[in-house]
Design a protein around this ligand. Structure first.
Ligand code: GRF
Length: 198
């Protein structure tokens, strides 16, 4: 049975594009929705161009009412009926009430080698720590931020002269390989971690 995948974005959506492009031929999943909390997100137009149903729910009118925003998001998801949700550059913190409904069915990609550097500014933190390697992690989403079971990691060396920008630019293509590889296994019911070396 083909798994239905909803992808949540906030920005350019390059990870969403990689995921959507991977779901074809004998892949066990297909994209059924791309939703963004920012109506101006570049990824929305990219999803439309790929003929994927899209929805933008601007979080700003909800102010601090996280539950209100999530109720609108949940309504859209109940229509799309996804089996799996992929957070791909989605920059909103989700409440435990929301993550609890989707636990075991929601993935996220985070630009660090978790458990190192949960939260923001991961590239500058890795540089400040003098790390010799950096990378990205795909994990299951739980109530705790950037903390769920790890489903895959891609590692790369930190080079002399690297800046947060050069790290991010070298890491993004690895994300575009890792996330689709993890999604394919996950959609097949296989939680064996995918480990890649960039
Ligand atoms: C990526 O670096 C990802 O690791 C982080 O946000 C960025 C989103 O990029 N979560 P994109 O929107 O997928 O291009």
């Amino acid at each position: 049975m083909t798994k239905r995948v909803a992808i949540l974005i906030s920005g350019g959506g390059s990870n969403m594009v990689s995921l959507a492009q991977s779901m074809r031929a004998d892949h066990p999943a297909r994209p059924v929705l791309v939703a963004s909390n920012d109506p101006q997100a570049g990824g929305v137009a990219k999803a439309r161009a790929m003929h994927i149903p899209t929805l933008a729910i601007d979080h700003k009118p909800f102010g601090k009412d996280r539950a209100g925003f999530e109720a609108a998001l949940q309504m859209a998801l109940e229509t799309a009926q996804p089996d799996i949700i992929c957070l791909a550059g989605f920059m909103r913190i989700l409440t435990p009430a929301f993550t609890g409904q989707w636990e075991g069915r929601m993935l996220n990609i985070h630009p660090s080698l978790l458990p190192r550097y949960k939260g923001l500014h991961t590239h500058s933190r890795a540089l400040e720590a003098g790390d010799s390697e950096h990378g990205c992690t795909v994990h299951e989403v739980t109530a705790a931020l950037d903390d769920g079971p790890i489903l895959g990691q891609a590692r790369m060396p930190v080079l002399a002269g690297d800046t947060p920008e050069t790290l991010a630019a070298r890491l993004l293509p690895l994300e575009h390989v890792l996330y689709p590889a993890v999604l394919r296994r996950f959609a097949d019911g296989d939680r064996t971690p995918v480990m890649l070396q960039g």
